[in-house]
Design a protein around this ligand. Structure first.
Ligand SMILES: [Cu+2]
Length: 149
């Protein structure tokens, strides 16, 4: 009986923990203003830009992305290399608790490699983003004109 009472306590504790866990599962990550530039016919690559807002109490990290419009999707940044801007693949993008990360032309971005069709102005496609804490988040990306900034 004594053991059962103790197990009951432990179970109750776990249950309380799970309920708190559920409450904390309110989406803490919000994606705003997701867009791509239209790509000229024949271009093999494109990029996606957006703002990641972390409304949670914990730092989160963007670990990867996926999209059906491209064969592969990578996280990239730009580096200055003797006056030349080059792109480089990165492993992760940090989104600090209560803060945000901005992916923009000339900075961090999601790279679409091996586009299956040109990105056409006015089109919308689906981008999946994988976060360390928030998990898989799906966002619609709007394709703007070739000269969009
Ligand atoms: Cu890139």
């Amino acid at each position: 009986m004594k053991a059962l009472g103790r197990n009951g306590l432990i179970f109750g504790g776990l249950l309380a923990f799970c309920l708190i866990g559920t409450a904390a599962a309110e989406p803490s990550i919000a994606i705003a203003n997701a867009w791509s530039r239209a790509t000229p016919g024949g271009a093999g690559t494109g990029a996606a830009f957006f703002v990641i807002e972390n409304r949670g109490a914990n730092d989160d990290t963007l670990l990867g992305a996926d999209a059906e419009v491209a064969d592969s999707v990578e996280l990239h940044t730009h580096i200055h290399d003797s006056g030349v801007m080059r792109m480089r693949a990165i492993e992760r993008i940090l989104v600090p608790a209560g803060g945000q990360a901005t992916l923009r032309p000339g900075g961090d971005h999601v790279m679409l490699i091996g586009l299956r069709a040109p990105l056409v102005e006015g089109q919308t496609y689906t981008l999946g983003l994988t976060f360390a804490l928030a998990g898989h988040v799906v966002v619609p990306v709007t394709v703007k004109g070739i000269g969009a900034r």
